[in-house]
Structures are given as structure tokens and as C-alpha cells.
Write a protein that binds this ligand. Structure first.
Ligand code: LLP
Length: 407
């Protein structure tokens, strides 16, 4: 049992809490599932980029999957070795490519022919050979939310098989490109195994046909996307996931790379918020809390379900339906609609579950609300420590205040 009340009192609300032991367990279970082959888990930093979360995973042996030079620098700052960092993303600026090459990361994941040309130019200027992988779009429907589906040709990600082949040949013939990897990622919050297996089979076949062309792919990057339980989703077990991937790789000597984000951190996290008051508009009951959509936007943005728990109320209390909403000036500012909760009082504590991925990283200062503090729980929840202090008003105006007109 997590000491939600005590932690809310110690650090105040709204607050993010992350159970680091949970992250360890998840990392180990994935690593274990792939033990039949060499593997490298590159944590998708975008899911939760707190430096201490990255450091924790780095200490377990993880590398990082980064989608901006900022994320690359975070990973390095948190102590992740440069040779375990990959840089992905559908659009990279020349200066980002250059810096990634200078930092000698494991590889740059390229998503278009135009980008490959740019990487070659930057590498030539630096007199380096850029290690690259190419993101293949296998045109598979991952059966997930359309906003987080990426593996169909109608999505902007990756290149089709023929283009990928052309790019590999171009890279093989270049003095400044070293094609070491191949990559696919068909979507996020995946709960069906078959689309992943199909995508992996298609990409593995491409690796075989590249071998014939004297292009030796050493890193087989299966992306991220493993779904987690927010509500009652069916889950893909790590063992089944590994077996499905391994079954497509017969005869290939590759290191399997993965880019899980949500799987590692989502259910480690809790968002703590206090009730400000209740009100009733007509027939509609609202519980108004001190956290808002700027802190945790997934319900507003994707209509995502996050389980809401009211702490300290007995199971026998009478409940009625309500919307749990924040103070932000938007009708879309809600954490849950039509949930059954007992009558709450000012100061009651509400815990929003599954808040460890794509929650703090997607938060903003909208309505000049400071980003909230983050706390790590360690040693079976016995120890807690601040890993990001609460943003102050001064923090929020720091980049603007020097530019006010003086008269
Ligand atoms: N690799 C690539 C290339 C990706 O695009 C992503 C996620 C990942 C790995 C990590 O995926 P994961 O294992 O976490 O599913 N904001 C959305 C999720 C966006 C995911 C974007 N890409 C949400 O809150 O559900």
C-alpha cells in the first residue's frame, strides 16, 4: 500500500509519484523474455523524461530511444552511455543530426530519403561515418487508437519496403553512411500480438534480402508499443511477445532492440490531486480538483481512461455519478466523466492511476499553472525522494520578464 495521504501532506498536491521498484520489475520481465538472443532495451524517453527515471533505467542497463536532441542530451546527462542511445523521429534539423553525430550515439534512425541525404551531408562535413537504421513502414493495421497508430502507409512514419531497399543500397555505397540497423514501430498501446508478428516477419524478410546485397543488418529494432492495463484491456505477455518476434528471426544473427515507454513506466505512476469543492449544475454533479488538463491531458486529448480512486472513503458509502474536473478554463478539462464516487469534502485526496507515461511529459503551463512536483518511491515504497521540484511563478516568467518595456 502506497502512503498516499502522507506523501500528499509532505509534498502537497497536485503531485506525480513514481514507484521505481515497479519500473525495475517491468524492465527485468522484458529483458528476461528475450534472453534467448542478444537484446538492448532502449527506453522511449518521451514517455517520462524525468532525469531520475532515465537514470534509474540506465542503471538497470537500458539504453534510450530519443526523438529530439533535447532527449539525447537528457539521456547523456542522466548517465546513459552514448553507445546505447538512438535518435529517431520523422523530422530532424541539420543541427540536431550534427550534434547526434558529434556525440557518437549508437545510431540515427532515418525516416525518409531526403533525411538520409541530409545525414550523409552532415557526416561528410564532420568526416564521420554515420551509423544509421531505416524505419520501415510495413503497412500493418495495429488496431489501436488512430492518434497513436503509426504503421500504415497513411501515417507519416517510415518508408515503404522498396524505398527502404533503395536507401540501404545508397547507404552501402556511401563512405559516410553505415547501415547497421532496421526499425519498425506500428503504434502504441498495442493489445494484439498478430499485427506485431506480421510486421516483424515482413521486416525480417527485408533483412534477408539485404544480406544478399551485402548489407549486414546487426540491430533489429522492433520499436515500442506494448499496451498496458488502464481499465480491463487484454495484455500481451512479454514471453508471448518475445516468442512472436523470435519466430520471425530464424537464421538471422541480430541484436534485438526495443523501445518501450508506456510498458515500463505507465503503471508505476500516480497523480495525486485534492478536492477543492463540489457543485451541481442542474442534474449534473461536478467534483472540482486542484489538478487540471495542463498537468495530465490524456483524458481530454484521447478520451483515455484513468482509474480514479478516492482515498480514505469506505466501500459502504453511498455513491452517485459525477464528473471529476480541473480548474482550467476549458470544457475539455476533465479526468473522468460519469464516475461513481461518494460525496467528497474539501481536501479529500484523489489518486489518478496509470499516470507514469505520457502524463508529466505532456504537461504544460496553460493558464499559468506551474508544472507539478515529481517524487520517486524506492525500497518497497519505504523511501520517497523529490525528483523534480514544483515550478514557481518565478520559473514561469523567467524567460519573459527581461523583455517588458521599461516606460
Ligand atoms: N518508438 C517510437 C518510434 C514511438 O513513436 C513511440 C511512441 C515509442 C517507441 C514508445 O511507445 P510506447 O512503448 O510508449 O507505446 N501520447 C500518446 C502516446 C504517443 C506515443 C508516440 N510514440 C499517449 O498518451 O497515449
Amino acid at each position: 500500500m502506497i502512503r498516499f495521504q502522507a506523501l500528499a501532506e509532505k509534498y502537497d498536491t497536485p503531485l506525480y509519484l513514481y514507484d521505481f521498484d515497479y519500473i525495475t520489475t517491468r524492465y527485468n520481465s522484458l529483458k528476461e523474455a528475450f534472453k534467448a538472443k542478444k537484446s538492448l532495451i532502449c527506453y522511449a524517453v518521451k514517455a517520462n523524461s524525468n532525469l531520475s527515471v532515465i537514470q534509474h533505467l540506465g542503471n538497470l542497463g537500458a539504453g534510450c530511444d530519443c526523438v529530439s536532441i533535447g532527449e539525447v542530451k537528457r539521456a547523456l546527462y542522466a548517465g546513459v552511455p552514448h553507445y546505447k542511445i538512438i535518435f529517431s523521429g520523422v523530422g530532424k534539423r541539420d543541427d540536431e543530426i550534427r550534434e547526434a553525430l558529434q556525440k557518437d550515439i549508437l545510431m540515427i534512425n532515418v525516416e525518409s530519403e531526403a533525411e538520409l541525404n541530409r545525414v550523409e551531408i552532415q557526416a561528410a562535413e564532420l568526416g564521420k561515418e554515420a551509423r544509421i537504421s531505416i524505419r520501415v513502414n510495413p503497412n500493418i493495421d495495429p488496431q489501436t487508437h488512430p492518434y497513436i497508430s503509426t504503421g500504415l502507409h497513411e501515417n507519416k512514419f517510415g518508408v515503404d519496403l522498396d524505398t527502404a531497399k533503395r536507401m540501404y543500397i545508397f547507404a552501402r555505397n556511401s563512405d559516410f553512411l553505415d547501415p547497421v540497423g532496421i526499425h519498425f514501430h506500428i503504434g502504441s498501446q498495442l493489445t494484439q500480438l498478430e499485427p506485431i508478428r506480421e510486421a516483424s516477419a515482413i521486416v525480417a524478410d527485408l533483412v534477408r534480402s539485404l544480406k544478399v546485397l551485402d548489407i549486414d543488418i546487426r540491430f533489429f529494432d522492433i520499436g515500442g508499443g506494448l499496451g498496458i492495463r488502464y481499465e480491463n484491456e487484454t495484455l500481451i505477455e512479454p514471453y508471448d511477445y518475445a516468442q512472436a518476434i523470435l519466430s520471425t528471426l530464424t537464421g538471422l544473427d541480430v541484436t534485438i532492440m526495443m523501445e518501450p515507454g508506456r510498458y515500463l513506466s505507465a503503471n508505476s505512476g500516480y497523480f495525486l490531486t485534492r478536492v477543492l469543492y463540489e457543485k451541481v449544475n442542474g442534474d449534473k454533479r461536478f467534483v472540482i480538483v486542484d489538478g487540471g488538463m495542463n498537468d495530465l491531458i490524456r483524458p481530454s486529448l484521447y478520451n483515455a481512461h484513468h482509474t480514479i480512486e478516492l482515498i480514505g472513503k469506505g466501500a459502504d458509502e453511498e455513491v452517485s455519478e459525477c464528473d471529476v474536473v480541473g480548474p482550467v478554463c476549458e470544457s475539455g478539462d476533465f479526468f473522468a466523466k460519469n464516475v461513481s464516487l461518494p460525496i467528497t469534502r474539501e481536501g479529500d485526496l484523489i489518486v489518478i492511476h496509470s499516470a507514469g507515461a505520457y502524463c508529466s511529459t505532456m504537461s504544460s503551463n496553460y493558464n499559468t499553472r506551474g508544472r507539478v512536483a515529481e517524487v520517486a518511491l524506492e525500497d518497497d515504497g519505504k523511501h520517497d525522494r523529490l525528483i523534480r521540484r514544483r515550478e514557481t511563478f518565478e520559473d514561469m516568467i523567467a524567460l519573459e520578464k527581461a523583455y517588458l518595456k521599461k516606460d
